[in-house]
Design a protein around this ligand. Sequence first.
Ligand code: AMP
Ligand code: MN
Ligand code: MN
Ligand code: MN
Length: 283
Amino acid sequence: MCCYDLHSHSTASDGTLDPACLVEKAHAAGVTVLALTDHDTLDGLAEAAQAVSGLDLSLIPGVEISVTWQAMTIHILGLNVDTHNQVLSEGLQELQEIRHWRAGEISRKLANKGIPEALEGADRFRKGKIISRTHFAHFLVESGYAASLRDVFKRFLVKGKPGYVRSQWVTMERALGWIRQAGGLPVIAHPARYGLTRSKLSRLVGEFRKAGGVGLEVVSGSHSRDETLHMAAVCREHELFASCGSDYHGPEKPWVELGRLHRLPQGCIPIWEAESWPLALAV
Ligand code: AMP
Ligand code: MN
Ligand code: MN
Ligand code: MN
């Protein structure tokens, strides 16, 4: 029996375990198929691929792309992408630059509110090329501005708060184009996290499908059971494949664990049954 976890992060983006540690931990947790899906980068994948050799664990090279759709940020996973594809790599580079621009703006806004040198502070928590709000969050907690990672987003880093900067990521069409050119399967990440009404979710899924999207992350570490059941219905209605992933970021968020996921609800077709899923991983 395979145990799939198709959404996770390492120090290449905003996770706290390096790729080799992440692989080890996933293996120890009983995961047999792991996707490393760092935000807007493929940098952790080579190390992760090395770490799985000799283990009874298959690595799916993945990525989680930041997309702006109708003025909202939506995360699109690309599963099983070719890490050498130039179109994808160049596209991700664009996002990395947007992230650096945004980080400077976040730092400037925080300085105006009496929190100096936040960029330097966040940089101390950054191990890869990507700079994320999570790095600012670690800095703000360490400096005593907030009690916990959960607390710090609410107080500083979301819309309407002192360190929030709106950014224009890439369009869904472009992100899906990159994923497909790299031979990957596009999946909407944690669809219940965007606070969408039923009709808006339908519109998102419709446009996603039109652009070549194939999957919905029905089971997620950030979905409640009810949200999972709702997304299962959406998945069936729109004839998408269902995916499952913890969205693991490291032991600092102990409420999310690798591989500890509910089964996909009845009637959902798992993404690993898609024709283009790597055959070497067939159950
Ligand atoms: P970014 O892509 O840089 O805007 O950062 C988004 C990341 O911040 C997400 O991928 C999560 O890892 C993290 N994040 C967002 N909201 C929260 C929250 N409320 N609590 C903890 N982490 C969060
Ligand atoms: Mn993250
Ligand atoms: Mn996400
Ligand atoms: Mn994620």
